[in-house]
Design a protein around this ligand. Structure first.
Ligand SMILES: [Fe+2]
Length: 493
């Protein structure tokens, strides 16, 4: 049997495939194929790529939400309701099949499964924080594999429900500073380093329930009105919002520490993409796992994992569309040594919002000119920093890693850079960097870093996503050629 997990209908549609041995055969975002950022619908090209990995006679479909419960919430809150398009699409493609088996799972349960069943742990306390699924916005779970059957079992210990949502609060603040909610929250997080927490108390007083700081006094699903902090500097709003969210996350993680049986933390939901907030999780737990795609796209893998039922074999996040051929290590090195910047589109695409080496724009991180050059290519806000990718064994030499984070293989945390004067391009205004560490796993990016280090003495590179401005990350060679033509930067495969 092959278990096809589907996440679709709201934002970040995706498909994942897990086989009966627990191997993840494929996982990819719809946006990479349709070229629509955060595409809510699964597109035909994605379906065809996914189904190339399965025997159609042996398939179960697992959907990441309970559509009728969600419809009830949408109708009750006046949002209106749209039946998920995955249903129509699959119906059209497989109208000659006998009733494909379709199962649905709760939204937060899928987040929990995506985290726990890919984690290295046999038991965990799972915390999920996001904007909204059906009704839950925060959940805490006990998760463990049954001693007799080996199947994953989940017990919900605590939940908070719509409209009290940390994710919706952060999206409302994203909108308040003029950014796109459900898309540009990461920019708000980056802006926070430039501001002062001048409005933290005001936000607490106006938005939070005075007797319960996990609840809000208004429904932030529609944002805050323009009169909220009318004359405030957007950077100060960002800083205040970030601190408030960190306080609320601390509150929830403390609660999880009290309620959960296990001392292993699995953390998921879209809020787990806030790498600044993630850096303090080590104050509560020694062992922490955040799946590299903890948002709703990752729920496709959660749904497929629930279908499979057991621990899946997690290797890395290179699970999407494949550009065949060996990783062009020597050609990349030549370009870096000559031009300092080069694109790479090779192997399977990353499953998750971050480029980790297979769809990356790479650059020499040393010196003061490189940030401007990469910004010129990326055409993005000048205040935003770029991330370093570093040989894992050298991370402590260059970064003060947060407590209990010895590695950050999927850019989950920020760390203070010890030598910002040497690497200004990868250091943010507050002296931190969103670090990606690469273990000795034989991957292309690892081999490249080893050779780069051997030739230059520098164990890191600047790594940013390979995408055309306003579009999702590059998926195939056609996209790579378009990038090359538009920006005049060589993209190697
Ligand atoms: Fe979610």
């Amino acid at each position: 049997m092959n278990y096809i997990g589907i996440s679709a209908g709201f934002h970040d549609a995706a498909i994942s495939v897990v086989n009966s041995s627990g191997n993840i055969l494929f996982a990819a975002h719809s946006e990479r194929y349709s070229k629509k950022k955060h595409d809510r619908d699964i597109c035909l090209e994605l379906v065809l790529d996914a189904l190339a990995h399965v025997d159609l006679d042996q398939v179960e479909y697992h959907y990441y939400e309970r559509p009728w419960i969600k419809a009830f919430r949408q109708l009750r809150s006046g949002e209106g309701f749209q039946w998920p398009t995955w249903n129509r699409l699959l119906g059209n493609i497989y109208n000659d099949l006998d009733r494909p088996r379709i199962h649905t799972h709760g939204h937060h349960l899928c987040h929990a499964a995506a985290g726990f069943q890919t984690s290295p742990y046999n038991d965990a306390t799972v915390v999920v924080i996001d904007a909204i699924g059906e009704f839950d916005t925060v959940t805490i779970w006990d998760a463990a594999y049954n001693d007799d059957t080996g199947r994953a079992e989940y017990k919900k210990l605590w939940s908070q429900q719509y409209p009290h949502s940390i994710g919706l609060f952060y999206s409302a603040m994203t909108q308040r500073v003029g950014l796109q909610p459900l898309d540009e929250e990461y920019i708000l997080m980056g802006m926070a380093a430039y501001g002062q927490p001048k409005y933290l108390r005001e936000m607490q007083a106006e938005l939070l329930n005075p007797t319960d700081y996990t609840k809000f006094v208004q429904n932030l699903h529609v944002g805050v009105d323009d009169n909220f902090l009318p004359d405030a500097d957007p950077m100060d709003i960002a800083c205040s919002a970030q601190l408030l969210v960190e306080q609320m996350i601390r509150n929830i993680i403390s609660r999880a520490r009290m309620l959960g049986r296990s001392l292993n933390l699995v953390y998921g939901g879209g809020v787990a993409l806030n790498c600044v907030a993630n850096s303090m999780l080590g104050d509560f737990y020694e062992h922490i796992w955040i799946m590299p795609n903890p948002g709703d796209a990752g729920n496709s893998l959660g749904a497929a994992s629930l279908g499979y039922g057991y621990k899946v074999h997690w290797v890395d996040s290179f699970l999407g569309h494949n550009i065949s051929g060996n990783y062009p290590v020597n050609a990349i090195l030549d370009h870096l040594l000559t031009n300092k910047i080069v694109g790479v589109a090779s192997g399977k695409a990353e499953f998750g919002p971050r480029a980790l080496g297979n769809r990356s724009l790479l650059a020499d991180p040393r010196g003061f000119s490189i940030k401007g050059k990469v910004n010129e290519i990326k055409r993005r806000q000048k205040f935003r920093p770029f991330a370093p990718v570093i040989l894992e064994e050298y991370v402590h030499e260059h970064f003060d890693m947060p407590r209990h984070w010895d590695n950050s293989r999927y850019m989950q945390v920020v760390a203070t850079c010890k030598h910002p004067e040497l690497f200004p391009a990868i250091v943010h205004h507050d002296g931190t960097s969103r670090v990606q560490t690469v273990p000795a796993d034989g991957s292309g990016i690892r081999l490249l870093l080893e050779k780069w280090h051997f030739m230059t003495g520098c164990p890191m590179l600047l790594n940013t996503s390979l995408n055309i401005r306003g579009e999702p990350m590059i998926n195939d060679r056609v996209d790579a050629d378009r990038f090359q033509r538009l920006y005049g930067v060589t993209v190697l495969s």
